[in-house]
Design a protein around this ligand. Structure first.
Ligand SMILES: Cc1cc2nc3c(=O)[nH]c(=O)nc-3n(C[C@H](O)[C@H](O)[C@H](O)COP(=O)(O)OP(=O)(O)OC[C@H]3O[C@@H](n4cnc5c(N)ncnc54)[C@H](O)[C@@H]3O)c2cc1C
Ligand SMILES: *[C@@H]1O[C@H](CO)[C@@H](O)[C@H](O)[C@H]1NC(C)=O
Ligand SMILES: *[C@@H]1O[C@H](CO)[C@@H](O)[C@H](O)[C@H]1NC(C)=O
Length: 495
């Protein structure tokens, strides 16, 4: 089976060599045109390494930042919030997006301070707000105690524990939050941010979370008709040739609809083979495909990646976070100040738990957003959308028994997990992976470099993480290409 394709490879390699002979400086191939790949390209460009190709599997740039038309408005299927704003350091994504000197994206600070008065019982009606407030206060106390504990753990990671183990140490419901209301508050606090339950997530590496610790506790919801992806276009436009009239990128170095299937690396260079049987030859390759893609078989490495690399990739988690949008003929939910977010306390943890209404963001649209994660995401991705619509509407009818809830007229169910170019939504740091093992995910293998949100030193899982990772990984490559500093120092287990 291998032989015919090898023959084609050799043929095309020869052809590519010819065109290369005249080029000065190193040639780099970037795999993927999401935030990290586009950011890496800019950094290379700034370092006057401009002989590169960006190969992108889909027909657009932006990756997991992606708007789509739904019920007459553009909504975000992927990243929606600039997370970490108004803190001691400036979030570079906020600098790009904000109104002073930025793109002036239409954004709304999300206010989660009123959940206690917007938490619905399994069989309908609101919980008493004082009762829920107490649960939230206790959760905050436990979290604070967890922050202190995390600060005392040995840096080797040998004493790390799950967030749930920390909850137990604090006598916080020793068998785990059990009542529907406890479960939904716990879900909101953990799963709604990390897309995995506290039983899975590392205490040491997520509490406190550098995103909020460094950049601030505020999060801003992007509801701009240009889409959150305009931050990616903004970076791309600084070095890729763009058509002024349409905003489309027309630079020949960006190749869309180009799926990389094989990366062969030698001491002297790399060859990258695509699904359409083209072969690109370069000095270095920078892979920005998601952790989920690296865990899959989509891209084959020859020779195989070393086992330390494969294990670091396999041990980290690709989480799944699903934003389900529903359109109704009219609104029947409470509106007004303090009513943006509401919770459904099901006895089945994570069953249509967190809801958002958009009277400010998309006025008159009658659209609701409900978010599910993890197992519920995988279940819902595999069932027909009308089934999901029926389940979600049944939940709303439970929450609002007196409201004569109409049938939804449209539904949008993004399928990031089933999509072979993503295989999930963002990475989450699980127990059992220490800082040293995490660093190995970014470490280059010969001439193969890695970037993407899952390689961000402090901000894995976020848009700013992807952006900063692109810069950092490009710097590692630039150090090698320009200064011959090619040895990548991975901090030892005990450093
Ligand atoms: C549902 C959802 C909600 C999120 N919410 C937020 C949020 O509110 N705030 C926040 O900060 N972050 C959020 N994130 C995370 C954020 O979107 C990501 O961290 C970030 O966009 C990742 O960028 P990246 O460049 O690392 O990866 P990607 O965007 O995945 O870019 C990689 C690119 O590689 C391409 N590719 C993959 N395989 C191949 C191949 N074989 N050949 C060629 N190209 C390939 C892909 O098509 C993609 O364009 C969310 C993500 C999702 C999915
Ligand atoms: C926007 O970002 C710039 C640069 O980081 C900052 O100086 C400014 O205060 C920000 N504006 C707002 C409204 O946050
Ligand atoms: C969804 O649609 C299919 C095919 O039209 C139908 O057989 C099924 O009963 C529908 N399911 C629900 C829950 O409406």
């Amino acid at each position: 089976m291998m032989k015919p394709s090898v023959a084609i490879v050799l043929l095309l390699v020869v052809a590519e060599y010819a065109s290369l002979a005249t080029a000065a400086g190193p040639k780099v191939i970037i795999v993927g045109a999401g935030m990290s790949g586009i950011s890496a390209g800019k950094r290379l460009s700034d370092a006057r390494i401009s002989d590169f190709m960006i190969l992108e599997a889909t027909d657009r740039i932006g990756g997991r930042i992606h708007k789509t038309k739904f019920a007459g408005v553009n909504v975000e299927m992927g990243a929606n919030w600039v997370e970490g704003v108004n803190g001691k350091e400036k979030n570079p994504i906020w600098t790009m997006a904000n109104s002073t000197g930025g793109l002036n994206l239409r954004t709304f600070r999300s206010d989660f301070d009123h959940l206690a008065s917007n938490t619905y019982k399994q069989d309908g009606g609101l919980y008493d707000d004082k009762f829920v407030e107490k649960i939230i206060e206790r959760m905050d106390e436990v979290e604070e105690s967890g922050t202190k504990l995390a600060g005392t753990l040995h840096l080797s990671g040998q004493e790390d524990m799950s967030v749930m183990a920390m909850q137990r140490l604090n006598d916080h419901m020793p068998t785990g939050p059990a009542r529907p209301v406890d479960m939904v508050i716990d879900y909101y606090q953990h799963d709604f941010e990390f897309a995995e339950p506290p039983r899975v997530t590392s205490l040491q590496n997520t509490v406190p979370l550098p995103t909020f610790d460094n950049f601030g506790d505020d999060v801003y919801f992007v509801a701009d008709q240009r889409g959150f992806e305009s931050v990616v276009y903004h970076v791309a436009g600084q070095y890729l040739k763009t058509d002024k009239a349409t905003g489309a990128i027309v630079d020949p170095r960006l190749k869309l609809n180009t799926v990389v299937r094989e990366i062969t690396h030698f001491p002297s260079g790399v060859t990258v083979k695509t699904e359409d049987n083209n072969v690109y030859k370069a000095d270095y390759v920078m892979v920005s495909a998601s952790l989920g893609v690296l865990q899959s078989e989509l891209i084959r490495f020859r020779p195989q990646l070393p086992s330390w690399k494969i294990l670091s990739i396999y041990q980290f988690d690709m989480a799944v976070y699903t934003k389900i949008f529903l359109k109704f003929p009219r609104s029947f939910w409470p509106v007004g100040p303090g009513r943006e977010f509401f919770l459904y306390a099901s006895g089945r943890r994570g069953y249509y738990p967190v809801w958002q209404q958009f009277e400010k963001q998309y006025p008159g649209s009658n659209v609701l957003l409900v978010t599910v994660t993890d197992d519920e995401s995988r279940r819902i991705e595999q069932q027909p959308d009308n089934q999901t619509m029926a389940e979600a509407v049944a939940v709303l009818r439970k929450m609002f028994p007196g409201a004569d809830v109409p049938d939804a007229t449209k539904i949008l169910v993004p399928r990031w997990w089933s999509n072979k170019f993503y295989k999930g939504s963002f990475s989450n740091w699980p127990i059992g992976v220490n800082r040293y093992e995490y660093d190995l995910i970014r470490a280059p293998v010969g001439r193969v470099y890695f970037t993407g949100e899952h390689t961000s030193e402090n901000y894995n899982g976020y848009v700013h993480g992807a952006y900063l990772a692109g810069i950092d990984s490009a710097d590692v490559l630039i150090n090698c290409a320009k200064k011959k500093l090619c040895k990548y120092h991975v901090r030892g287990k005990h450093e």
